[in-house]
Write a protein that binds this ligand. Structure first.
Ligand code: LLP
Length: 439
């Protein structure tokens, strides 16, 4: 479900023509639909309503301040994995007491920062990290609230790079180790275990795996409760899949049906950490065709967005629908079914200007004949798009626009060449005079 629609063969984001935004702000351009974001947020809240969930939006999916602001105004909390993300939340006006902090490698400085800001829970991923948290809490003189992140050892059957809940992963602890740690922490006054946490992976389209995982983690929570730990929160993580190719995402209700009975058993309050489900389908990346080129039997559509903007195809061979912003006469809106031949199209490799063969958005993708200068929309790019972008090849990062109804705001200006060199000029890199010492 999203609010990107074609009217008279022109793509609109809500009530704003995408071509108008591209003309005003240039390309490549990220465009987000506020209504789509809120629709998904609301869907989650109602699907899980009986557990009165705290929805902690996962900042890593898309940390734009305007989006964080939108979420915080609707009562959302946040899931952060770094001091930088916590800082973003605070700048956006987010509530640290509705913010949870995960991540396998929190530095002592980050732990201290989170404790000083009094975040709701630090999610502990290893025994040694628990010790460090206890140390920092002691220094600050007030106990730390923590949740133990456990691996329920399920295979969510998603891409191996985004599988996190199996036994042999760097994330969390297996149930036995976590139980042993909980026993030990009973004697440590500087930490209080107030929650259990799982996050089994991302882009999960099989709701059942949540049932299996939540059952194991619920048993674990009850065990800790029996041992006297004040477990108040059951955090089932994020990971709900969305539509990339067709209609593969599952409605929130189906995930809720799997999760809710186990949460109810524990008497805990439910905490969710969705990222992609909220913003994934709410964003597109708009690019402009620069050149067309034939090489052997391949046809390349070279456009001005690249892997530094949207890394997912290069990194995970991820599929994103791509379709012209202005659809040539006689062609449909973007296809939902790529298994069928699409009349009026030819296969194109959609590539960017970066100097890597892996710099493609799609290979042999059916697309209509397009002129140079045509605009392309890359769909389902709201999550892990801009947040994973880089300046590789010294490409300034693209601008971001947020649309709500017929109104829109530039929410991040396009980076400039000056932005690229600023941190180096700030320390005089240009003036460093290297003379090698004789050896
Ligand atoms: N909670 C934790 C502890 C996480 O590690 C993640 C994502 C989330 C919540 C949010 O997951 P979501 O609801 O968005 O699936 N870059 C990859 C996805 C990496 C996900 C990392 N962790 C991609 O583009 O597919």
């Amino acid at each position: 479900m999203d609010f990107f629609t074609y009217r008279d063969r022109e793509l609109y984001c809500e009530d704003v023509p995408v071509a108008r935004l591209a003309a005003e702000f240039g390309t490549p351009l990220w465009i987000y639909s506020a209504r789509t974001i809120l629709h998904h947020y609301q869907q989650l809240r109602s699907a899980f309503a009986e557990a009165d969930p705290l929805v902690c939006y996962s900042v890593k999916a898309n940390g734009n301040l305007a989006i964080l602001r939108l979420m915080t105004e609707r009562g959302a909390g946040f899931d952060v994995v770094s001091g930088g993300e916590l800082y973003r939340v605070l700048v956006a006006g987010g509530d640290p007491q509705r913010t949870v902090f995960a991540g396998v490698g929190k530095t002592p400085e980050e732990i201290r920062y989170a404790l000083e800001k009094d975040v709701l829970l630090l999610e502990v991923e290893s025994e040694e990290e628990a010790e460090e948290i206890a140390r920092q809490a002691e220094l600050l003189g007030s106990p730390a609230r923590i949740a133990l992140r456990v691996n329920p050892d399920v295979d969510p059957r998603t891409h191996r790079y985004i599988t996190t809940g199996k036994k042999e992963t760097k994330f969390g602890m297996d149930l036995e180790r976590a139980a042993a740690l909980a026993d030990r922490l009973q004697r440590v006054a500087a930490v209080r275990i107030e929650g259990v946490h799982m996050h089994i992976g991302s882009q999960i389209t099989e709701p059942k795996v949540y049932g299996t995982a939540a059952e194991r983690v619920a048993d674990f929570a009850l065990r800790l409760k029996d041992a006297g730990h004040p477990i108040a929160w059951f955090n089932t993580g994020g990971g709900f899949g969305i539509h990339y190719r067709g209609r593969e995402g599952r409605p929130a209700k189906e995930f809720a049906e799997q999760i809710l009975p186990h949460v109810a058993r524990t008497g805990c309050r439910l905490l969710l950490e969705p990222g992609r489900y909220i913003v994934g389908n709410a964003g597109i990346l708009v690019s402009r065709v620069l050149y067309r080129k034939v090489a052997g039997d391949r046809r390349f559509l070279i456009q001005d967005a690249a892997m530094n903007d949207l890394m997912r195809p290069a990194l995970y061979q991820a599929f994103h629908r791509i379709w012209p912003v202005t659809v040539p006469e006689g062609l449909p809106a973007p296809p939902d079914d790529y298994e069928q031949a699409i009349p009026g199209t030819e296969p194109w490799d959609v590539v960017g200007p970066v100097c890597e063969s892996g710099d493609f958005f799609a290979l042999e993708r059916p697309l209509p004949q397009l002129e140079n200068g045509a605009l392309l929309a890359v769909f389902s790019a709201g999550a892990y798009g801009m947040s994973m972008s880089s300046n590789y090849n010294a490409r300034p990062r693209a601008a971001e626009v947020l649309v709500a109804g017929s109104r829109y705001w530039l929410v991040r200006r396009r980076e400039t060449y000056e932005d690229l060199v600023g941190p180096e000029l700030a320390v005089g890199a240009r003036d460093v005079d290297v003379r090698l010492e004789p050896h």
